[in-house]
Design a protein around this ligand. Structure first.
Ligand SMILES: [Zn+2]
Length: 116
């Protein structure tokens, strides 16, 4: 994978890192924090997941377990998750994420939608 590209957890497409919304687990508090692209230099370093800035992908990532899996890791055979994370996301955080979406409903048209 090219250094500056990351995969959107919802649509699985590659995007330039600067165009993606980055969510990171703060290793100190286990809280999920939003790293805005413009603040990338003061970012929290932790396990991160990326979503392209489309409302559709953000909603898709929040609705299913994709974002959670991306951040927490898939559960192993034992029922304990690898990481304890705050889930679901706080509504304020979701608002913040949606507020920086720039491409509403435009990209990610090949996303498979399972539920009707
Ligand atoms: Zn996407």
């Amino acid at each position: 994978m090219p250094f500056n590209e990351r995969v959107c957890v919802a649509c699985r497409k590659l995007y330039c890192r600067e165009k993606l919304i980055r969510l990171t687990i703060d290793p100190l508090s286990s809280k999920i924090v939003l790293n805005k692209p413009s603040q990338d230099k003061t970012t929290v370093n932790g396990r991160s997941a990326y979503i392209c800035s489309s409302v559709q992908c953000v909603n898709g990532a929040l609705k299913g377990n994709r974002l959670k899996f991306a951040l927490a890791g898939r559960q192993a055979k034992s029922k304990t998750a690898k990481r304890n994370i705050f889930w679901p996301l706080e509504s304020q955080l979701i608002k913040d994420i949606l507020s920086i979406c720039t491409e509403p409903e435009k990209t990610c048209q090949n996303t498979r939608v399972k539920e009707a």
